[in-house]
Design a protein around this ligand. Structure first.
Ligand SMILES: [Zn+2]
Length: 425
């Protein structure tokens, strides 16, 4: 009898825990996430919506936009309703919309999310020059309501539209110009090529950075990023890494004369331009598709790199996958797992922490079982790799200084480890 009661209690607990997990939609790895076959997308109709009188207008007719509906709640408050591309999905409620008013007025804007609670501090981008450049950007203070997960802020509206977005807009068509502006491309030692196409036909750009001759044996550093569209601070960190890797410092020159860098800064351009919270145009989390390769974007990266397995002249040596979350967080491979080079991430991260005492970091080691990018690098090449997570709300100056420091420490340590590996062989 006791047994039966325990059985009933346990059964009830298990089923209720399970169902609460299924319904939140916040789980990082919900059931079936590693089935990476195409899933249906909920459409986001592109339109301009007016509310109240005189009218306030919201538009999602631009790349990166996400705003599913717009209502007047009363004569001073408006709701922007934001829904993900599909669900279950983790709590990365991206939004971006244009807003303007027929009359100059203050308005309260409430962000209301389906399947999520507020996460990204709104950034306001305003039209400050007539030459069609959106120049000024600042953060808006929100009032957060923890019971329903909404965020409300005040904003001055006028005839000229402003853009309000969860992070600065860095859409796919801007990538090449950004690389030029940051002087990452334009050098003889940087080649840009289209590695392949996304599901909807957008190019996935690859940068090859090296001063090594084609017939010279060399180790390879790979950078991938922007698997998850709203993770802009990780993307910006990767661009700062690329600036350092292409700089004219003695260290960077020596690094380029020894290493080959292969960089894929934006591997989910469809998700970015469609204003997705996390998935690609197949409705799939790309960072769970590194074992099945059901999606074109992961296949593009695999095919651009896997020829180096057991290659005479090119040896994959280390890989970084850039992301963002609510803190600066490094996910190394478990120290117990033997990689070549071994424990590189632990050494590198140790130096980053030592050299950036004003910044908080956390380290969380993981095993190599899940089908994420880092584990594909380990499983394919036996190398060490890292998931490099940058705080969503890191101060831009801190992002700049930490990323530069981390990139230089990376080059130093990679050179040391490569020299060591030559001596050992
Ligand atoms: Zn991510």
């Amino acid at each position: 009898m006791y047994r039966l009661i325990w059985f009933v209690i346990c059964f009830f607990c298990l089923t209720s825990c399970k169902s609460s997990k299924e319904f939140t939609g916040f789980s990082y790895d919900p059931v079936d996430v590693t089935n990476t076959n195409d899933k249906e997308l909920d459409p986001q109709p592109k339109r301009i919506i007016g509310a109240d009188s005189p009218k306030v207008w919201v538009s999602n007719e631009f790349d990166g936009a996400r705003a599913n509906d717009f209502y007047a709640l009363n004569d001073s408050t408006f709701e922007v309703y934001i829904a993900p591309e599909n669900a279950p999905i983790n709590n990365s409620p991206w939004y971006a919309f244009k807003i303007w008013s027929d009359t100059v007025r203050m308005a309260k804007i409430q962000l209301n999310y389906r399947d999520a609670t507020h996460r990204y501090v709104p950034k306001l981008l305003s039209w400050v020059q007539a030459d069609s450049s959106w120049e000024e950007q600042w953060e808006l203070e929100v009032e957060y309501d923890s019971t329903n997960g909404t965020a409300t802020f005040d904003v001055l509206l006028a005839n000229d539209p402003i853009i309000i977005s969860g992070q600065p807009l860095h859409t796919s068509s801007k990538l090449k110009k950004t690389l030029w502006d940051r002087e990452i491309i334009g050098h003889g030692f940087v080649k840009v090529r289209e590695a392949g196409l996304s599901k909807l036909g957008r190019p996935i750009w690859e940068l090859d950075i090296t001063e090594v001759a084609e017939d010279q044996k060399a180790p390879v550093l790979t950078l991938v990023g922007r698997q998850h569209p709203p993770e802009v601070t990780g993307y910006l960190a990767s661009l700062i890494f690329l600036e350092e890797l292409t700089s004219d410092s003695e260290l960077a020159k020596k690094f380029r004369q020894t290493f080959v860098v292969k960089a894929f800064p934006m591997i989910n351009p469809d998700g970015v331009d469609l204003g997705h919270w996390r998935h690609n145009a197949g409705g799939v989390d790309l960072n769970r598709d590194w074992s099945n390769f059901n999606q074109p974007e992961t296949r593009v990266i695999r095919d651009a790199l896997s020829w180096m397995k057991n290659h005479d002249l090119r040896r994959m040596f280390y890989a970084i996958d850039f992301h963002s979350t609510n803190e600066n967080l490094f996910y190394p491979i478990n120290q117990e797992v033997k990689t070549t080079p071994d424990d590189f991430t632990q050494k590198w991260v140790g130096r980053i922490i030592e050299n950036n005492p004003e910044t908080e970091f956390r380290i969380e080691e993981f095993d190599t079982s899940s089908p994420i990018a880092k584990n594909w690098f380990y499983n394919t090449f036996g190398i060490d790799a890292i998931t490099y997570e940058v705080d969503d709300s890191i101060d831009p100056e801190q992002l700049d200084s930490v990323s530069r420091s981390a990139a230089n420490l990376l080059m130093e340590l990679l050179l040391e480890e490569w020299e060591k590996s030559i001596l050992e062989n």
